[in-house]
Design a protein around this ligand. Structure first.
Ligand code: GTP
Ligand code: MG
Length: 369
């Protein structure tokens, strides 16, 4: 079995990807950043950096059988897009502009509540789902739990600034996760904007944009004036078309927890991104160690919805306990089964935590000697 990729391993250990690649070469392995490694290799490399690796019983992906969807059941689905980039480079502004200008016509009042993900409907009936939340940590946590949630990363870089540490981090995350990258050079309305400099710096990080002969689509835009934002949406749709994204809508829903909230009136709620199948009212489900039954669902504008097909984010009511961002979400046969899986997972999780605590204590003792 193969586990994490070279890039992820480097991230987890806080060392550069190059160092890990060098170690691999030392072991006679020619690898790329996206290459997944087997356990023995991971163990060897990690020990060189002073880490000990342990295979843990996976409490989140066990117990629910995963059957492959037959090819003929697959239908096109909208792309799921995450906006990433350095602090203040304009991620929120860009999302806000897209949302403001693509509110479904006739829906007065606009956005009434914030949920961590939303879907925009474009004129020609095409849709794009944007994820608002994942900071880098959430993104990493989700990936660690095996929840691959995004198809495309829009990498925002401010033209009046430079490629910064979080830009590089976002590039590494996207490459390690093997998701498409579209570059959005933002703030071109600023007098000191220098888009060529940004392209140059990206090239130094192996992100060569199209007009520099590379494979990455790139848009120069302004989230403030809205210039070329429509072009970005077009490029997202183009990328999505090339990715040929599909899912089976006619099966019990599967997805990921984007975020959870405790609401005074409604109790525990969570934003779920449905990835395959269709989520419906009264479906029993497991989400990480939490479980429940769908009592009600709402879209990002607070409208009640009865069904959530693939690539749809919905706010779900009906949790018995609080799930965590990045937890996998799965509809099961009955509420009883949901509860049983939840109990079993909690057991396994407790055992793991117990082991970890003991481990740390021993280390501390060793450090004190
Ligand atoms: P964090 O969430 O803190 O990481 O920042 P962010 O990337 O979401 O940036 P945000 O959208 O909050 O924008 C940061 C600042 O840049 C704000 O003052 C925005 O008004 C400004 N800004 C964003 N986009 C543009 C743009 O295209 N042009 C100009 N002139 N200013 C912009
Ligand atoms: Mg922001």
């Amino acid at each position: 079995a193969e586990y994490i990729a070279v890039g992820e391993l480097a991230n987890l250990m806080g060392v550069s990807v190059n160092e890990v690649i060098q170690k691999c070469i030392g072991l006679g392995l020619m690898v790329s950043i996206n290459q997944r490694l087997d356990f023995e290799t991971i163990e060897l490399i990690a020990s060189d950096f002073g880490f000990e690796v342990e295979l843990e019983e996976e409490y989140l992906s066990d117990l629910i059988e995963e059957e492959d969807d037959p090819g003929e059941s697959l239908k096109p689905r909208p792309p799921v897009v995450t906006i990433m980039g350095h602090v203040d480079h304009g991620k929120t502004s860009l999302l806000d502009f897209i949302r403001r200008t693509n509110v479904v016509a006739g829906e007065a009042g606009g956005i009434t509540q914030h949920i961590g993900a939303y879907k925009v409907a474009l004129e020609d009936g095409k849709e794009i789902t944007f994820l608002d939340t994942p900071g880098h940590e959430a993104f990493t946590a989700m990936r660690a739990r095996g929840a691959q949630i995004t198809d495309i990363v829009v990498l925002v870089v401010a033209a009046d600034d430079a490629v910064m540490p979080q830009t590089v981090e976002a590039i590494n995350h996207a490459l390690a996760a093997n998701v498409s990258i579209i570059v959005a050079i933002n703030k071109i309305d600023k007098p000191n904007a220098n888009t060529e400099k940004i392209k140059q710096q990206l090239a130094e990080r192996n992100v060569l944009v199209e007009d520099w002969g590379g494979k990455y689509q790139c848009v120069e835009l302004s989230a403030k004036t809205g210039k070329n934002v429509d072009l970005l949406l077009e490029k997202i749709l183009l990328e999505a078309e090339m990715l040929d994204l599909k899912a089976n809508p006619d099966r019990p829903a599967r997805g990921a927890v984007i975020e959870s909230q405790l609401d005074k009136g409604r109790g525990i709620t969570a934003t779920i991104l449905v990835q395959k199948g269709t989520l419906r009212i009264s479906d029993p489900f497991v989400a990480g160690t939490a479980y429940g039954r769908v009592r009600a669902m709402f879209d990002e504008r607070g409208n009640k919805v009865k069904e959530a097909p693939p690539s749809t984010p919905v706010l779900v009511l009906g949790f018995e306990s609080t799930p965590q961002a990045g937890d996998t979400f799965a509809v099961v046969e009955s509420e009883r089964e949901a509860r049983e899986i939840s109990i079993k997972r909690m057991q396994i999780k407790r055992e793991q935590e117990h082991r970890q605590v003991r481990h740390m204590t021993l280390e501390e003792i060793a450090n004190q000697i």
